[in-house]
Design a protein around this ligand. Structure first.
Ligand code: BG6
Length: 506
């Protein structure tokens, strides 16, 4: 786990894009400042934009400062970091351009005395995922007799099951599976990794972690952001592909998986795939009863007026793309038989919050009037962001002469750890790929199984167009129709049960 990365070159395709500027380079700078990068390390940015290395470094300098990573513009670390970065302008759709590209990369590598290890990062539009690797192969740069080659692929990994399979077949014909790193940045979040520690480093949960004690589970990723400048991509993806197929299905697997035999990547990945294999297929009746899609109309949040999704840049004015999904699913195995898992995610909701709530069964008898607002007193709440925490909720008597039982909470907040600095997801994942540790990356079978499970829903929605699509004003807690799937989502129950907020937020 703690291997030091070997000397290597990171080649980023899509180097002038948003992901590189906002996430990759600031994360790499953080790793550099913390002295976690190899001593001999170069970053080579490749993209079509005509820039020279100096201009590119200058643009990255601004991004790092803009990202709040450092406020001192002449930070000596920053300048030293930037000196490791080079830029090569290249038309990556033209196979003939790759021989010059690799000659230049080779020269940089030799001059810096770096071993023949190259990590490719495809931070490009998804259409390039099937274009660039064959050109790399044509230059015989997909393997090396003197070192290694690895490739990181961003999501979306295909836009349906067939495309994901085709992409897999193509990539697996070029790189060995162990060198293909399919990134899901949610798995790099410290709190998501801690689901594994919470479950498998402690013995108190395991006896309870099953259908005998758990009533239902909710996984929520609620966002205040809209589609920003990504309307073009988002309008063809929607919330189901953008968030559920990847991030939320993976979190569900971390919660539902059996204890792995070891902490080795393959043991864990085997258990994740088993969860996906046990998903109860979505029948037409399930789709009718257990799923909901919605789209935001105009509204407001904290006093700011927000446009409707259909009026966002690059979005079709008649778009039927969902910006909110609610889904109830079942895992047909001994541990989870008939325990509903609810997944909700949406853009332009009232709050930014990603959370897993394990709802334990109610006590067999309700002995106390109004006990815990009329539902189970026991929940384990794992907040992935923003206030990263783990809270155990239970009922206790309120002080006084009555016997009123209200819910209290035993809380652990990550920020209370003296040494706490939660590394960003991309920091962790980049470092893992440099070290050759694929534990937090998705394996191809898991991705395909996740697509396979969701395809009936995707196809149904594509066929139905706007039939069944409902709308919610931007800034609302959730579409009110969500209660059709689940009478009391936890995100709303908080407000319903709080003594200070008695109004139903719906
Ligand atoms: C990305 C999605 O993968 O995750 C975005 O494409 C979404 O639409 C983002 O906003 C959420 O990530 P985070 O880390 O901000 O919760």
């Amino acid at each position: 786990m703690n291997k030091i990365p070997q000397s290597q070159i990171l080649v980023i395709f899509g180097a002038s894009g948003d992901l590189t500027h906002r996430k990759l380079i600031p994360s790499l700078f953080e790793l550099f400042e913390r002295k976690l990068l190899p001593d001999k390390f170069l970053i080579v940015g490749v993209s079509r934009t005509r820039l020279n290395t100096e201009e590119y470094r200058k643009s990255l300098h601004e991004s790092i400062i803009g990202n709040g990573k450092t406020h001192v513009t002449d930070n000596p670390y920053l300048n030293a970091f930037l000196r490791n970065i080079y830029y090569i302008s290249c038309n990556t759709t033209d196979g003939n351009a790759y021989s010059t590209l690799f000659d230049e990369i080779d020269q940089l590598r030799n001059a810096a005395g770096i071993d023949d290890n190259i990590l490719f990062y495809l931070a490009t539009p998804p259409v390039m995922y099937a274009v660039i690797p064959p050109f790399i192969q044509a230059q015989r740069q997909n393997t090396s007799p003197n070192g290694w080659r690895r490739i990181i692929i961003e999501k979306p990994y295909g836009s349906n099951e067939t495309e994901a399979r085709q992409l897999d077949r193509l990539l697996c014909g070029i790189f060995p599976e162990r060198e293909i790193y399919r990134i899901d940045h949610f798995l790099g979040k410290e709190t998501v990794q801690n689901i594994l520690a919470l479950r498998f480093a402690n013995s108190i949960w395991e006896p309870l972690w099953n259908r005998n004690y758990i009533d239902h589970i909710e996984i929520t990723a609620s966002e205040t952001l809209g589609v920003e400048l990504r309307g073009g991509y988002y309008d063809s993806a929607g919330a189901l592909r953008d968030m559920v197929q990847s991030h939320l299905m993976q979190i569900m697997a971390f919660i539902a998986m059996e204890p792995p035999s070891s902490f080795e990547p393959e043991s864990i990945r085997n258990e994740i795939s088993k969860v996906f294999r046990s998903l109860r297929p979505l029948s037409p009746a399930d789709i009718e009863r257990n799923t909901l899609r919605a789209q935001y109309t105009d509204g407001s949040l904290n006093g700011t007026k927000l446009p409707a999704y259909r009026n966002e840049p690059h979005v079709d004015k008649l778009s039927t793309t969902e910006t909110f999904v609610a889904l109830k699913l079942y895992i047909d195995n001994w541990r989870w038989a008939d325990v509903p898992f609810y997944i909700y995610t949406g853009k332009r909701l009232a709050e930014k919050r990603s959370e897993v709530v394990i709802h334990f069964r109610s006590a067999p008898r309700t002995m106390f009037p109004g006990q815990c607002c009329g539902s189970s007193c026991n929940q384990l709440v794992i907040t992935l962001q923003p206030d990263e925490s783990i809270r155990l909720r239970f009922g206790l008597k309120q002080p006084g002469s009555n016997f009123e039982v209200e819910q209290v909470s035993m809380d652990f907040f990550y920020k209370s750890l003296a040494t706490s600095r939660l590394p960003g997801a991309y920091e962790r994942l980049l470092l893992d790929a440099m070290r050759g540790d694929a534990l937090l990356y998705s394996r191809s079978d898991a991705l395909e199984l996740s697509w396979h499970f969701l395809m009936p829903l995707i196809e149904h929605w594509e066929k139905e167009k706007d039939e069944g699509l409902v709308f919610y004003p931007a800034g609302s807690p959730m579409p009110r129709e969500v209660t059709r799937i689940h009478a009391r989502p936890y995100l709303l129950k908080e407000a319903v049960c709080s003594p200070h907020k008695n109004e139903n937020p719906l």
